[in-house]
Structure formats: C-alpha cells, structure tokens
Ligand binder design. Structure first.
Ligand code: F6P
Length: 335
C-alpha cells in the first residue's frame, strides 16, 4: 500500500483532528503517504487536497473542528458524482480512503464503493452518538461535557430566581446527549425522541410534574433537558405553553452549535487515536466496506450498512435511573 486518503464529512465533532493525526502518524509509521481531502466529499469531486506531513498534525490533537474542513455534499450522491470521485481517487493512485463522519458520510462511502474498487473505511465522528455498532462516537463525550457545563451555569441562575428552564440540546433524532446531560446535571425532567416515537410529550403531565415537584421541595428551580426536534414549535413555544399552565416563569435556552466546538475531552482523544490507528492497520490488511468502532474495549469492524440499519438504543439502565430513582416526584417517600 502506497497512498491513503482521509477526509472529514458532515457535522464536525471534537476529536476529528485527533483521528486525522492518528491516521497520518500510523500511515507514516508504515511508510504510506497520506492525502487529506478538504471540505468532505466536495474535495473528492474538486480534487481539493493536500499531502499531509507529520508536521501538519503537530499540536492538533487538542483542537476542535477539523483541519480538513467539513461539508455536506449533495452533488456527490448522484451517479455522476460517484464516478467523478472514483476517477479522481484513481488518478491520484489512492489505495484506501478513510472517511470520518456520521451515518450520512457512511452512506456516501457505500455509494462510492459502487464506482471505486479501492478500500473504503469509516471512523464514527459525530456528537450525536447515533451510530450503531460502536459504544461511542468521536465527539460525543465532549458534547456532553459542553452541554453539562452550560446547564450547571443555568442552574445557578435558575435557583436564584426559582425558575423553570428548558434546555434544548443537539442530537438530531437521537437522545444520547440529552440523556447523559440530564443525568449528569441532575435535571428534573428529560424529553428524548426515543420516548415519543408515536406521540408528542403530554403538556398537562409535564406541567403536573413541575407543580408536584414544586410542592414536594418548596419553590425551587426546575431544569428540563429537551432534545432538539421533539416539540414542533421548538422550546420557545414549549416554554410558553408550560408557563401558561403552571404560572411559573419558564425560560428556554438553546445550546446549539456550542456543543460542536471546543477542545476534545480525553475520552474523545483516546477513542479517536485508537480508531485512527486501527483503520490504517485494517486498510493495510485489505479490509474494506467497514466502520471501525469500539465495543467493550475491543476494536470492532462493522459493515457500513449495519451502522444505520438498526437504531442504536439508549443505555436502558441510565434511562431507568433518570426516570425512576432520580425522579423527585416518584422518589418522594423519604423515610
Ligand atoms: O449531526 C451533528 C449535528 O450537530 C446535529 O446534532 C444537528 O442536528 C445538526 O448536526 C446540525 O446541522 P447543521 O450544522 O447543518 O445546522
């Protein structure tokens, strides 16, 4: 194997740079040259690339974002786009392509495989953690900590004013960030997409929970973590509705893209480093069509289709303790 290419695609995630670094250092260890495509699959179509030397990955392990830039690319999803990308990879004599991204990027990987016979491997890079087959995705741990830090700050002011706060967190259609942030911040309530597949959250019971909690504890702050895309009118509307029903001040906070940025925490750097090195080793032994993940501290090779065929389940025990043991209404029988 002479030449490996790497790109980052879709929503950036803290730790993508650590993964690029691992790919570059592992490739050079084996005497393989590395090409970095810029702007995701757009770079493949436009032949926008750079040769990555070891010096290019100096001091990037601690940086959020991605030195290769990222993008979502509609043109690549057509047959013409797939053929163009394949021609460009062949022209540069690339033996293997490593794609760091989420499920959209892995669908792109499968699409490319229809036109190009080189090896294609994926690394799960998304804050959403919604990729089946790996315990965690690169960026997820940092996003939890970022959300948590903000919620802790909101708690201070919520306590001072005895207000309700609704905190919207990212995750697209998955509740991983929401559930973890809720448990870690001691949130009184959490609304996750996995809990409302057929119906909307019931406003009367949400308001009832707030009022009962206020009665049990006396007037106090109340934090509700809300995953994005659950409530049709968004958290602003939900806050209005709950204010009308409870008569208590209710403020929405949308954390948004702050969750995508920042220096990756140690767990993301470790995960990215392991996955990046393993991907290079796997490519050298001829592996293709797989995402590299980690499950129970073992490196795993997951066929791309299996990463999205089945929705990844939330940790049921974490959900149980948030909804039962830590629910201050259900847990109101203090002896
Ligand atoms: O997939 C990562 C993610 O940040 C999601 O959590 C969010 O729904 C989406 O990307 C936002 O996308 P954009 O940056 O294009 O607004």
């Amino acid at each position: 194997m002479k030449r490996i290419a790497v790109l980052t695609s879709g929503g950036d995630a803290p730790g993508m740079n650590a993964a690029i670094r691992a790919v570059v250092l592992a490739s050079h260890y084996f005497g393989v040259q590395v090409i970095g495509y810029r702007h995701g699959f757009n770079g493949l179509l436009e032949q926008e690339y750079q040769i990555l030397q070891s010096s290019d990955v100096n001091n990037i392990i601690q940086r959020g974002g991605t030195i290769l830039k990222s993008a979502r690319c509609q043109a690549f999803t057509t047959d013409e786009g797939g053929r163009q990308a394949a021609d460009n990879l062949t022209a540069l004599e690339i033996d293997a392509l490593i794609i760091i991204g989420g499920d959209g990027s892995f669908r792109g990987a499968v699409h490319l495989g229809r036109f190009w016979s080189g090896k294609i491997l994926g690394l799960p890079g998304t804050i959403d953690n919604d990729i089946n087959g790996t315990d965690a995705t690169i960026g997820y741990y940092t996003a939890i900590d970022t959300a948590l830090e903000s919620i802790d700050r909101v708690r201070d002011t919520a306590d001072a004013f005895e207000r309700i706060f609704l905190i919207e967190v990212m995750g697209r259609h998955a509740g991983f960030i929401g559930l973890s942030a809720a448990v870690c911040s001691g949130a009184e309530q959490v609304l996750l997409p996995e809990l409302f597949t057929d119906n909307l959250p019931d406003l009367d019971s949400l308001a009832g929970h707030i009022q009962t909690a206020q009665k049990i504890r006396g007037k106090c702050s109340y934090i509700m973590v809300v995953s994005e895309n659950i409530w049709p009118g968004g958290v602003m509307d939900l806050a209005d509705q709950l204010h009308q029903r409870t008569g208590i001040d209710c403020r929405p906070v949308i954390l948004g893209h702050v969750q995508r940025g920042g220096s990756p925490v140690s767990l993301d750097r470790i995960l990215a480093s392991k996955l990046g090195v393993y991907a290079v080793e796997a490519a050298r032994t001829g592996k293709t069509g797989i995402m590299i993940g980690e499950h129970n501290q073992q490196m795993v090779e997951v066929p791309f289709q299996d990463t999205w065929n089945q929705a990844k389940a939330l940790d049921p025990y974490l959900l149980h303790i948030q909804q039962e043991t830590f629910d201050l209404v259900k847990n109101s029988n203090n002896p």
